[in-house]
Design a protein around this ligand. Structure first.
Ligand code: B3K
Ligand code: ZN
Length: 855
């Protein structure tokens, strides 16, 4: 496959200021007629032909300036027209078949409706077009279809006209006044009903809001609607950004490759990020909906009004928008809990990516298939980079910078460099050296050593940074690393204020006067930089921080580090002090001042995957054993405490208040610990919680605990769950997920059996992720020493690739980390990758990931 390079960017030779589209819709055949107003770029030096991208398209007819035109060629799917004038009208007709579009890119059918997904390169599967984000066009769309099958016809912008047509058909015309790149085009036709509401912007404009779903789902749209209105208000207040159309539509779709899509005025969502009520959605599901609705809404400015010049700039819109949605969710809920969650995601998904064969900078230098670059690096590390700018500049200057960015580039396709320059100009900042974050892959490591001189009362903090060497650059860059730091009094835990230390050299030291005693170092508070901190803190110091640090993230982090150090020592057979871990957990459990949700986070053990990432050679079984042993010990030691807390967290009337949610969260954590103590009544306790639950958080928590138990304990609950929710696809996904995550020895077998279950289907990405995605997130079973788990995933990828390459390619990274595992597993993982690589007709998507993983 061809490699596309960032340095090869050339401005377009032709622009398309106006697009008219006419859709004659049908599930098996849709006729698309386009009328493009094309203008040759004044800066184009040569008489370049007009090249219109196409994927799987054949022109039925081509006309230029009103005349039939046969002088065209198809080159790798693209239509080449040797036009000589400065501007032309090009009219093309194509026919497409949405019903056979299993890739879910372009126009496809889902549950009786027709819908689109165009980012990044789906529009070229609908019509011939220069499908690149620096071509901004005004769209006028007429769509016509069966009134019975598609009573609702939606597109971007505002509806300008509608009417009936012959043969039981009807039509609608939509005009989007905002010029947009083709990847933001969207169309939906279906039998849908709306939760209809409105929002008045701060300048007094009324916006109609609709969330479109299938008939029975209407009662589950309230939370998404609230999230939408909250987002609209927040973006006005925090970024000064107002909505810019009279209508905002959201449609929920069951078959969707990703979470959601920010199409102008017509967001299309995976239904799992819209539909919720307490019976079917967990608290985490509610949060996911709030975050994704906000994310897509915020794209209206960071992505749509200012878009990306080319796909190498993807983090321009994604990193920034993730930072915006993270800040929003923190403001709606708890700053501390949100930060813990964000960092957990970063460490679970991004750090491993950055340490493996698929590592890339947040602004990649090259790609073969752009779909493979919608990664945790571009999104989540991208968000961390924006967050660091926010920390370095402070909220006010940061806002001045973003104001200038939106103002200066409104209506343009911009670059990451444009963003940084606007932040410098608007926010009066010098970000010259900071730019290395955009080009450097790998997680920087920082080591910190604090020494103390009692004579002079001076504490000295020696910091150094190490950035991984990459093939691309001979000299690794020095990063600008903002570290929120405090020195705590070793007795009281108090400090005289936090400082923002900026490490921007290979080595640097900082002095602190007036320190009569050796202080305790609290560094990278709030996870102010996305780095790996290598500090030589003793277990005593970590335990101290886990009880005394006033920064909640730092407190959580100290406990995690304490547990991690102990567990990694156990795995490698090094002696380690368990009592101090138990004491720290005990102290947390008896600290009456801690919020219950925070306590639930504090006493959670680091995940097996995270522990593996800390080790040079990963042995999943040894990690699992060590962790289970510590879990059991904590459970037994504090069993009475867990039982008391469990009883105290008994739910009252269901509510989404912070307090009620905290109770549900801590109650589930306690239940899991009680089960970990091997208590005789654990199964009964979990079964009772399962049977009595009036909400999915409690039900799923109980079922998760039961999922690891024997059939006599768990069987009835899984059956009951299935029978109750078999008609609700999103809940049934949980039924598959929990079985795939079971630690039982027969899980691989079970997953294989479930693949043959009548409710399993490879054509629904949510279902595929529920069964197989969850399985790859179950380290001890996916990494079964027999290699059965690897073969299962490899065979599934080969099968899925023929149908849906984008989703198939997402399963390569878990196998791609083979070099980190002990010899036997590494060999089996590599063999699985080789089997995939040897399959004929692999997609570009899977091929790129597999070949990079084997290289
Ligand atoms: N921008 C979309 C991503 C779609 C990618 C498809 N390969 C979702 C989002 O980040 O908001
Ligand atoms: Zn996004």
């Amino acid at each position: 496959a061809r490699t596309i390079r960032r340095e090869d960017y050339r401005p377009p030779a032709w622009f398309v200021p106006e697009v008219h589209l006419d859709f004659q819709l049908g599930a098996e055949q849709t006729v698309v007629k386009s009328r493009l107003d094309v203008r040759r770029s004044k800066s184009a030096k040569y008489q370049e032909p007009l090249i219109l991208d196409g994927d799987d398209l054949l022109p039925v007819s081509v006309r230029v300036d009103g005349e039939s035109w046969t002088d065209w060629t198809l080159v790798e799917g693209a239509l080449h027209l040797p036009l000589t004038g400065a501007s032309h009208i090009v009219e093309i007709t194509v026919e497409i078949d949405p019903s056979t579009n299993t890739q879910l890119m372009g126009l496809y059918a889902s549950g009786g409706m027709l819908c689109t997904q165009c980012e990044a390169q789906g529009f070229r599967r609908i019509t011939f077009f220069p499908d690149r984000p620096d071509i901004l066009s005004r769209y006028t769309v007429r769509m016509e279809g069966s009134k019975a099958d598609y009573p609702v016809l939606l597109c971007n912008g505002d509806k300008t006209d509608a009417g009936d047509a012959d043969g039981g058909r009807h039509w609608a015309e939509w005009v989007d006044p905002w010029p947009k790149p083709s990847y933001l085009f969207a169309l939906v036709a279906g039998d849908l009903v709306a939760n209809n509401d409105s929002f008045t912007t701060r300048s007094g404009k009324e916006v109609e809001l609709n969330i479109w779903v299938r008939d029975g789902d209407l009662p589950r749209t309230g939370h998404a609607m609230k999230a939408l209105k909250d987002s609209m208000r927040w973006d006005e207040q925090v970024y000064g950004r107002e909505y810019d159309l009279q209508l905002f539509n959201i449609v929920a779709v069951s078959d969707f490759n990703m979470g959601a899509m920010e199409n102008k005025g017509l967001n299309i969502f995976n239904s799992r990020y819209i539909l919720a009520d307490p019976e079917v959605a967990t608290d985490a599901d509610f949060d996911g909906i709030e975050g994704v609705v906000a994310h897509e809404y915020f794209h209206n400015w960071s992505g749509n009004r200012v878009t990306c010049r080319d796909w190498f700039q993807l983090s321009l819109k994604e990193g920034f928008t993730v930072f915006r949605d993270q800040s929003f969710s923190a403001d709606m809920g708890s700053q501390a809990l949100k930060r813990i969650e964000d960092v957990r995601i970063l460490r679970a998904a991004q750090f491993p990516e950055d340490a493996g064969p698929l590592a890339h900078p947040i602004r990649p230098e090259s790609y073969q298939e752009i779909s493979n670059f919608y990664t945790a690096t571009v999104y989540n590390k991208g968000a961390e980079v924006i967050r660091m700018m926010h920390s370095l500049m402070g909220a006010d200057r940061f806002r001045k910078g973003t104001d200038l960015y939106f103002d200066r580039h409104d209506g343009e396709a911009a670059t990451c460099e444009d963003f940084v320059v606007a932040m410098e100009d608007g926010g009066d900042a010098d970000l010259r050296q900071f730019r290395s974050w955009y080009e450097t892959p790998g997680t920087p490591k920082v080591s910190a050593r604090l020494s103390h001189d009692p004579q002079s009362g001076t504490a000295t903090l020696n910091l150094s940074q190490q950035v991984a060497r990459t093939g691309e650059k001979p000299e690794p860059s020095q990063m600008v690393i903002p570290l929120r730091t405090a020195l705590l009094d070793p007795d009281s835990g108090e400090h005289e204020g936090e400082e923002l230390l900026v490490l921007d050299k290979p080595e640097q030291s900082f002095q602190f006067e007036g320190q009569t005693e050796h202080p305790i170092l609290s560094i990278n508070r709030g996870f102010s930089a996305p780095i790996i901190m290598e500090s030589s803190q003793t277990p005593e110091e970590l335990a101290f921080l886990s009880t005394h640090d006033d920064d909640p993230f730092a407190r959580f982090e100290a406990m995690q580090q304490l547990m991690t150090n102990y567990l990694t020592a156990r795995v490698t057979g090094t002696p380690a002090d368990r009592d101090i871990v138990l004491q720290a957990v005990g102290a947390a459990l008896s600290d009456e001042s801690i919020d219950r949700a925070f306590l639930a986070e504090l006493i959670l053990l680091p995940s097996e995957a995270f522990l593996g990432d800390q080790m040079v050679v990963v042995d999943p079984e040894a990690i699992h054993e060590a962790r289970e042993k510590l879990r059991g010990k904590i459970a037994v030691q504090f069993e009475r405490k867990f039982r008391r807390l469990y009883a105290q967290c008994t739910p009252g009337e269901f509510s989404l208040s912070a307090e009620a949610r905290a109770n549900r969260k801590l109650r589930n954590v306690c239940l899991a610990y009680i089960a970990g103590s091997q208590a005789d009544d654990a199964a009964a306790l979990a079964s009772d919680q399962f049977a009595d639950a009036d909400n999915m958080t409690a039900k799923q928590g109980a079922l998760s605990v039961l999922s690891h138990m024997e059939d006599k304990d768990r069987g009835w609950a899984f059956d009951d769950f299935y029978n109750t929710y078999r008609d609700n696809a999103l809940v049934l996904d949980k039924w598959f997920t929990l079985q795939s995550l079971s630690q039982r020895g027969d899980t691989v077998k079970r997953v294989k059996a479930l693949a043959g279950h009548p409710d399993f289907t490879m054509s629904n990405p949510n279902r595929v992720r529920a069964l197989y995605g969850s399985f790859t997130a179950n380290p001890v079973r996916f990494h079964d020493a027999s290699g059965e788990g690897y073969r299962l995933i490899a065979d599934m990828v080969i099968h899925l690739d023929a149908q849906n390459p984008q989703t198939a390619a997402r399963f390569i990274p878990p196998l791609g980390r083979w070099r980190r595992y002990e010899r036997g597993r590494a060999e089996l993982m590599r063999t699985a990758l080789e089997k995939i690589a040897a399959t004929p007709d692999l997609s570009k998507d899977v091929m790129e990931q597999v070949s990079k993983s084997l290289a």
